[in-house]
Design a protein around this ligand. Structure first.
Ligand SMILES: [Zn+2]
Length: 51
């Protein structure tokens, strides 16, 4: 079974607008699903903005 390599940069602004700014990132991990293969085993990488 080939491993899915679909990857995108999430629009964090849209997520905050739709989910609320207090949504924990752990909850986001539970809710995301790969749009390509439908798998819920999704790895999220967080990148803090430079400043
Ligand atoms: Zn996938």
């Amino acid at each position: 079974m080939p491993r899915c390599t679909w990857a995108r940069e999430l629009d964090m602004c849209s997520l905050v607008v739709t989910r609320g700014r207090d949504m924990p990132l752990a909850l986001l991990t539970e809710r995301v699903r790969c749009p390509a293969c439908g798998s819920r085993r999704v790895a999220l990488l967080y990148q803090t903005p430079p400043s």
